[in-house]
Design a binder for this molecule. Structure first.
Ligand code: PMP
Length: 430
C-alpha cells in the first residue's frame, strides 16, 4: 500500500519521500563501495571454465597434417571453421576463422568497403557523396564509435523486443546513401531482444536504393542463453540468398565470451563471394591467423555440441546474477513507475530505462556512491540519448554478492533522481 507511483504523490508526500531517499543515499555513500558494472566482461569464474586451453594444443598439427606453428591458411583452420559453420548454419566455405576480435573483422570489412567497395559496389563507399548507416537504438556503443570515427552519418530506428522497427528501416533505405545497418540479432546489446524470423526475413528481402547495402549482423551472443529455452538466431544468410541478396549480410561471431575474452577466435560468415572479397583484401594485411590458438579451440570444444555444453556452464554462473538484478530492481522500484528494465533470456546486459531526463543524474549519483555504471547515453550514436533515460547494466563481471549490493544501490539512485526531478517540477509553482 505504501508503494504508489511517484507521480501520484501529493507534494507533501513527495517531499517526505525525497527526504527518505536522500537519507538512504547518504547511507549508501557511507558504505564506501567500489563496484564496476561498466563493461560486459566475463568473470574470473567464467574464464576459469576454459583454463584447459592453457595446456593445449596437444601436438602441433591439425587434422590434415598442417603444422599450425607456421605461416599460412588465411581463412583459418578447416576443423574450427566446420564447428562454427555448424553453429551458424552455413557451409564451412562461408566461414573465416580469424584473430581474437570480431570487432576487428567488422572494422576491416567497413574499411575495405570504404576504400574498395564490395563485390557489388558501383564504386568505393568513400567516393560517394555521403555514407549513412541505420542504427537500431539502444545499441552497442563500439558500433557507433566505429562509424563516427569515419564520419559515417548514423540514422537511428527503435529497437523493439522482436528486432528493429522494420517500417522505419524500409523508409530509410530508400536513400542510396544509406549503405548499411548494424544489428545484434540474438540477445541484443543492451536490450537482450531477439530478432524474429519475420523481421530477419523482411530485412533480408527489403528493397534498398543502394545495390551494395550491407547488414552487419553481429551475432556476438548467439550461444549465450540464460535460460534453457535457447533462442534460435534467424538464418539471415539463407534468407538473404533466397531473396536474391546473397551478399547483403556480413555475419560476425567470436569466442570472446565463450573462452577467453582477450584470446579467443573471431569469425566472419557470409556468401562465398563476400568471403572471397574479404580474403582478397586481408591477404595484404596478414600471412595467416594464430592457428595454434585455433587448434587449441578445436581440441577444447571437439564439436559444435561441445560449444553448446560449454555455454551451459556459463549460464549456471550468469543466470543467478541476472536474476539478482531483476530482484533488486523489482523490490525497490515495482509500483513506483519511474523505471522499466529488460528481463533478457540471453546475452550480457540489462537495459534500464529510468524517468526521462534522469539517466545522467542516476549514473552520477551511483558514481559518487562508488558504483561505476556505463555512461548514460552510451548506447546511442555520439553518446547522446535524446530522452536521457537509458542505462546499460553489465552484471557479468562482479560476484553475485556485489551484483546484489550494486543493484540495490542503483535502485536507490533511480528513486532519488526521480524524486528530485518530480519535486523540482511540482515545487516550481509553490
Ligand atoms: N559485438 C558486440 C555486440 C559486443 O557486445 C561485443 C563485446 N562487448 C563485441 C562485439 C566484441 O567482440 P570481440 O571480442 O569478438 O571483438
Amino acid at each position: 500500500t505504501l508503494t504508489r507511483p511517484l507521480t501520484s504523490l501529493p507534494p507533501a508526500d513527495l517531499e517526505t519521500f525525497l527526504e527518505t531517499q536522500r537519507m538512504a543515499y547518504e547511507d549508501l555513500k557511507a558504505r564506501g563501495l567500489k563496484l564496476d558494472l561498466t563493461r560486459g566482461k566475463p568473470s574470473v569464474e567464467q574464464l576459469d571454465l576454459s583454463n584447459e586451453l592453457l595446456s593445449l594444443p596437444r601436438g602441433h598439427k591439425d587434422g590434415s597434417g598442417t603444422d599450425v606453428r607456421n605461416y599460412g591458411g588465411l581463412e583459418g583452420l578447416p576443423e574450427l571453421r566446420a564447428i562454427f559453420a555448424d553453429l551458424l548454419w552455413v557451409e564451412p566455405a562461408q566461414v573465416v576463422a580469424g584473430g581474437n576480435a570480431s570487432l576487428t573483422m567488422m572494422h576491416d570489412c567497413l574499411v575495405q568497403l570504404l576504400l574498395h567497395g564490395g563485390p557489388d559496389s558501383p564504386r568505393p563507399w568513400s567516393q560517394e557523396e555521403s555514407v549513412k548507416f541505420v542504427c537500431p537504438v539502444p545499441g552497442y556503443d563500439r558500433h557507433f564509435t566505429m562509424l563516427a570515427s569515419y564520419g559515417i552519418e548514423m540514422l537511428t530506428v527503435p529497437m523493439h523486443d522482436d528486432g528493429p522497427d522494420v517500417a522505419a528501416v524500409r523508409e530509410l533505405v530508400r536513400d542510396p546513401a544509406v549503405k548499411g545497418m548494424w544489428i545484434v540479432p540474438t540477445y541484443a546489446n543492451p536490450s537482450g531482444s531477439v530478432v524474429t524470423q519475420e523481421i530477419a526475413s523482411a530485412l533480408a528481402s527489403m528493397d534498398t536504393a543502394a545495390p551494395d547495402f550491407r547488414i552487419f549482423w553481429d551475432n556476438a551472443y548467439a550461444f549465450h542463453h540464460l535460460t534453457e529455452d535457447e533462442a534460435k538466431s534467424a538464418d539471415i544468410i539463407t534468407l538473404a540468398s533466397a531473396a536474391g541478396h546473397p551478399n547483403r549480410p556480413l555475419m560476425f561471431a567470436s569466442t570472446s565470451k565463450i573462452t577467453f575474452a582477450g584470446a579467443g577466435v573471431a569469425f566472419l560468415a557470409a556468401s562465398e563471394a563476400n568471403v572471397k572479397w574479404y580474403l582478397s583484401h586481408q591477404k595484404f594485411a596478414s600471412i595467416g591467423p594464430d592457428k595454434v590458438n585455433q587448434l587449441r579451440h578445436v581440441q577444447f570444444f571437439g564439436s559444435a555440441a561441445g560449444v553448446r555444453e560449454h555455454m551451459a556452464r556459463h549460464r549456471e554462473i550468469l543466470a543467478p546474477k541476472f536474476a539478482a538484478v531483476d530482484a533488486a530492481l523489482s523490490s525497490a522500484l515495482d509500483g513506483r513507475e519511474v523505471a522499466t528494465w529488460s528481463k533478457p533470456s540471453g546475452g550480457y546486459f540489462v537495459n534500464l530505462d529510468v524517468l526521462d531526463g534522469t539517466a545522467t543524474r542516476v549514473v552520477e549519483l551511483a558514481r559518487e556512491a562508488g558504483i561505476v555504471l556505463t555512461p548514460a547515453g552510451a548506447s546511442f550514436p555520439h553518446g547522446v540519448d535524446p530522452r536521457d533515460r537509458n542505462i546499460r547494466l553489465a552484471p557479468s563481471f562482479p560476484t553475485l554478492d556485489e551484483v546484489e549490493t550494486a543493484m540495490a544501490g542503483v535502485a536507490t539512485c533511480v528513486l532519488l533522481a526521480a524524486a528530485e526531478k518530480l519535486a523540482a517540477g511540482s515545487g516550481a509553482g509553490s
